[in-house]
Design a protein around this ligand. Structure first.
Ligand code: DGL
Length: 271
């Protein structure tokens, strides 16, 4: 696989852009092909079988773009499908759950970590498993926040409705005295200021995207497929969705460090 091939990055929608933008910041020489499965979102309420089928189709599509590695920029897909897919494909892949768990373990002082994520990610128990594999003494408190994804996709990141729902979800952590909270869905960093305000300064928020980009850099170096440092990928990324290209493009341009001039629609069911 050639080092100037792009990296495939995918999510159910705009959430994975929080990972893509971190990759752009930390690995500016790497080209990306991003896919958002906007026609079939949300993933968080679906079964393992369905998510695995979706991910297989996405991988088949990304392979047509000759990607050299794949980032599951989606906690749900990482929790439900990464293990299975890893055995099926010959490309290096990386998810967001393991790097997120690692960062949280490093961050906590009182060994009490909260996790907010989709129903699927919480039900998989994977964050708890990875955290306690590193330190069995850590207690993990989880809460599924299924309404956050549609609210973010609708652009309601600064809206009183979102604030009210966040207040209800996060009140779960009042008694637990957590000092660290994992934003265990790639959509949630887009609500970071609201979540931070409601949780207070004493709780450190962990966005797995940062550590994922570091782990990606290591994986590319390991495999000898990192792009040449000094080359600039800006303007050479490609963005695809399964529906609503213009809505996606407008949203993406409001949060990405680089302009996204075009988003194309593909029929993912064909793959
Ligand atoms: N952003 C994805 C995640 O990290 C999926 C959210 C969804 O589609 O429910 O879990």
């Amino acid at each position: 696989m050639s080092s100037d091939a792009p990296i495939g990055v995918f999510d159910s929608g705009v959430g994975g852009l929080t990972v893509a933008r971190e990759i752009m910041r930390q690995l500016p020489e790497e080209r990306m092909v991003y896919f958002g499965d906007t026609a079939r979102l949300p993933y968080g309420s679906k079964s393992r079988d369905t998510i695995t089928r979706f991910v297989r189709q996405i991988i088949a599509f990304l392979k047509t773009r000759q990607v050299k590695a794949i980032v599951f920029a989606c906690n749900t897909a990482s929790a439900y499908a990464l293990d299975t897919i890893e055995k099926e494909i010959d490309l290096p892949i990386i998810g967001v759950v393991r790097p997120g768990a690692r960062t949280a373990v490093k961050a906590t002082k009182n060994k009490k970590i909260g996790v907010i994520a989709t129903d699927a990610t919480i039900n998989s128990g994977l964050y708890t498993e990875f955290i306690q594999a590193i330190d069995p003494e850590i207690q993990v408190y989880s809460k599924a926040c299924p309404l956050f994804v549609p609210l973010v996709e609708e652009g309601l990141t600064h809206d009183f409705v979102t604030e009210e729902i966040a207040r209800r979800y996060l009140s779960r952590f009042k008694e637990d005295e957590i000092d660290t909270l994992i934003l265990g869905c790639t959509h949630y960093p887009l609500l970071r200021s609201l979540i931070g305000r409601l949780m207070g300064n004493e709780v450190r928020l962990v966005n797995p995207a940062y550590e994922t980009a570091i782990a990606l850099r290591e994986m590319l170096a390991d495999k000898g497929i990192a792009a040449w440092p000094g080359t600039i990928a800006e303007g050479h990324h490609e963005f695809f969705v399964s529906d609503g290209a213009e809505k996606f493009r407008v949203f993406a341009n409001s949060i990405m460090p680089q302009t996204i001039p075009e988003t194309k629609v593909i029929n993912i069911e064909k793959f």
